[in-house]
Write a protein that binds this ligand. Structure first.
Ligand code: ACO
Length: 326
């Protein structure tokens, strides 16, 4: 078996910033409520002409450059998203077109906020078996397009952006050591978008009932999230033969600072070993982990040989984790 590693990363945040103060003018909420309940201060919102594929392509271009590769070197593009440009064709095909990649395999992966780590796990397998040389994994979201801006319990939480990673064969100690994937549809009604699929195709009624927007049971989601994020992190450490004290940096899904703090406690990690950027970006679903990773690399917070743990959970519910030697 070959070994795979993350060869390059990139991220892109749209220019426009929507602050909690801005939201106070849109729904019955306050900066104090949003900050104390979620840790979010502001989030980025895509311009009208921007879409999930254009954000994803910008992050992907940087990841390919940082991997010292050319677009023609990419063999497969996996895009993780719950806000694709369209139901089909897949967003990965649109990203390939923007980047002028004409020969690669392309598909989208829908595992909500866990999608990027699911993609990383797949990329790892393709590289390890020798099937492909360079796999591009993109997490990209334009969640404002499926957010109900009249629902204060959800609209204050989400943001937009994209992150990407190129996974390639490793000839050094750097490697994706282990990944763990999980999910349980019993939780499907906690976090979902009811209409637009085969169950409720778009009709006048689905639009009137606001069924094309994200619905969430915040409290119940919170509890599953803490349990599953902690379990997923511990399981991947075990699989990679690592101890909690080996972790140099935990990059958790950025959904709520209180969830992150509880997982941090369960893993016995000090503050400086847990990456938090939720205050700046909010919850960008499949994009939170690759954005946080790429930003940490850009800011030199990660050095060669560091042990990183990625962990995420999302609608489904799904959960996923990865242990990576940088
Ligand atoms: N501003 C002011 N008040 C609000 C707001 C708001 N934006 N939203 C809700 N409230 C009110 C509620 O109406 C409620 O009022 P009531 O007590 O009079 O009924 C009160 O605040 C408390 O609401 P709770 O839902 O109990 O608040 P909670 O402390 O649980 O925090 C939150 C809510 C932030 C949503 C939290 O439950 C959470 O983060 N849950 C998990 C979210 C998550 O992780 N999602 C998964 C990832 S997303 C994905 O996969 C796409």
């Amino acid at each position: 078996m070959k070994k795979a590693y993350i060869k390059g990363v990139g991220f892109y945040m749209p220019e426009k910033i929507l602050t909690n103060k801005d939201l106070e003018k849109m729904v019955d909420t306050s900066d104090e409520w949003i900050t104390s309940r979620s840790g979010i201060k502001e989030r980025h919102i895509a311009a009208p002409q921007e879409t999930t594929s254009t954000l994803g392509a910008r992050a992907a271009k940087l990841a390919i450059e940082n991997a010292h590769l050319k677009p023609k070197d990419i063999d497969l593009i996996i895009t993780a998203t719950i806000s694709p440009d369209m139901v089909f064709p897949c967003t990965a095909a649109l990203i390939a077109d923007i980047l002028d990649i004409r020969h690669a395999g392309v598909f989208d992966l829908e595992a909500a906020c866990s999608g990027f780590i699911y993609g990383l796990s797949l990329a790892n397998q393709y590289i390890k078996t020798g099937e492909y040389k360079n796999v591009l994994v993109v997490g990209s979201e334009t969640l404002s397009r499926i957010t109900d801006w009249q629902d204060r319990s959800t609209c204050v939480l989400f943001g937009e952006g994209a992150g990407a990673a190129v996974v390639s064969e490793s000839h050094t100690e750097s490697e994706i050591m282990a990944t763990c994937l999980g999910g349980d549809g019993v939780y499907r009604d906690l976090l979902y978008m009811p209409a637009g699929g085969s169950l409720y195709p778009a009709t006048e009624e689905t639009v009137k009932k606001r069924m094309h927007y994200i619905k969430m049971e915040g409290n119940a989601t919170f509890k599953v999230a803490v349990t599953k994020l902690s379990e997923a992190s511990l399981n991947v450490l075990k699989k990679a033969n690592l101890k909690k004290s080996d972790v140099d940096l935990l990059i958790p899904h950025q959904a709520n600072i209180r969830i992150i703090k509880m997982v941090q406690k369960n893993l016995d990690l000090p503050d400086d070993k847990v990456l938090v950027n939720i205050h700046k970006y909010g919850n960008t679903s499949a994009a939170t982990v690759p954005i946080a990773l790429a930003e940490a690399v850009q800011e030199h917070k990660i050095k060669r040989g560091d042990i990183l743990v990625f962990a995420a959970f999302g609608g489904g519910m799904t959960w996923a984790s990865a242990a990576v030697k940088w």
